[in-house]
Design a protein. Structure first.
Length: 290
């Protein structure tokens, strides 16, 4: 079986990204994809960008990437834009909207936010029709694939759920999580490019990292919106009105879900996590505090 790790929303948080990459290296992963928002919010957009470009086989564009590239009048976005330089900005501007592939006969579509664009948000507790629309093809996604599995980032809160015979999941956020104070990412396991039905599984992984180190780095850089950033990293509470991302559950209540990390699979993500029905759940907790 092949393993693909999927990360998203790094937001210039290098300690969180480095801890996540260390965990990925322990798990016999063959491919690494990034679902955007490499830059913005955190202090080290350049370093996060460079690490992702070096480590990730494919990367797509997020809303913050687009905001910084377009050079709007937002003071925080301009602060990050000035640091990135022309070559990095050109690269961010050229990134695609989606990653599409076949895995164990399932069509898999990965995007930053939704089928409509990088600024259209879909939450775990949205009505079923809004979540099912994520599987539709639009001008933004193109028509190359009819997906059975859709994964995305953007909402900074990880979850995985079954919608009939389809699977929808959010990988959460590496650098600015709003459902816990740990970085999170996803692992897909199956036969890459496989056109015949075979074992397929998906896990959500939580990775502890040094939050206070990330905050010290932000202070050293005297970056904008520092107080809001510190609060989000320490409390996982969104700075915006309503704190909506915090309400998104990591594990839905159906199928006997357990809080804290999750795994939905027709076979184990690890040999000692024996699961043999789709949307069964087990805990998956990493131990990287360095």
């Amino acid at each position: 079986m092949d393993r693909i790790a999927v990360i998203s929303d790094i937001h210039g948080n290098v300690p969180a990204l480095e801890a996540t990459l260390r965990d990925i290296r322990k798990r016999d992963v063959q491919k690494l994809f990034c679902l955007g928002d490499l830059v913005g919010k955190g202090p080290h957009s350049c370093a996060a960008f460079d690490l992702c470009r070096e480590q990730c086989g494919m990367t797509i564009k997020g809303n913050w990437d687009d905001l910084v590239v377009r050079g709007t009048g937002d003071p925080a976005a301009l602060w990050h834009r000035r640091r990135l330089g022309r070559e990095r900005l050109d690269y961010l501007g050229s990134l695609p909207h989606t990653i599409e592939s076949c895995m164990s006969s399932r069509g898999v579509r990965l995007s930053h936010a939704s089928q409509r664009g990088v600024r259209h948000r879909v939450y775990a507790d949205d009505p079923p029709g809004r979540r099912l629309a994520m599987f539709s093809s639009t001008e933004f996604t193109g028509n190359a694939l009819d997906p059975d599995v859709v994964g995305y980032g953007d909402i900074h809160a990880a979850y995985l759920t079954s919608l009939g015979r389809r699977t929808l999941f959010s990988v959460g956020s590496v650098g600015n999580p709003l459902d816990s104070t740990t970085a999170s990412y996803a692992i897909l396991e199956g036969e890459c490019g496989g056109r015949t039905d075979n074992v397929f599984s998906g896990c959500l992984v939580q990775v502890p990292y040094d939050v206070e180190c990330a905050i010290r780095q932000a202070r050293d850089e005297e970056m904008p919106d520092l107080e809001e950033y510190e609060n989000e990293l320490r409390t996982a509470r969104y700075r915006g009105a309503g704190h909506r991302p915090r309400e998104t559950p990591r594990v839905p209540p159906q199928h006997g879900g357990a809080p804290g990390g999750s795994c939905a699979s027709s076979a184990p993500c690890r040999k000692d996590d024996a699961v043999d029905e789709v949307a069964s759940w087990t805990n998956e907790q990493a131990n990287d505090t360095t």
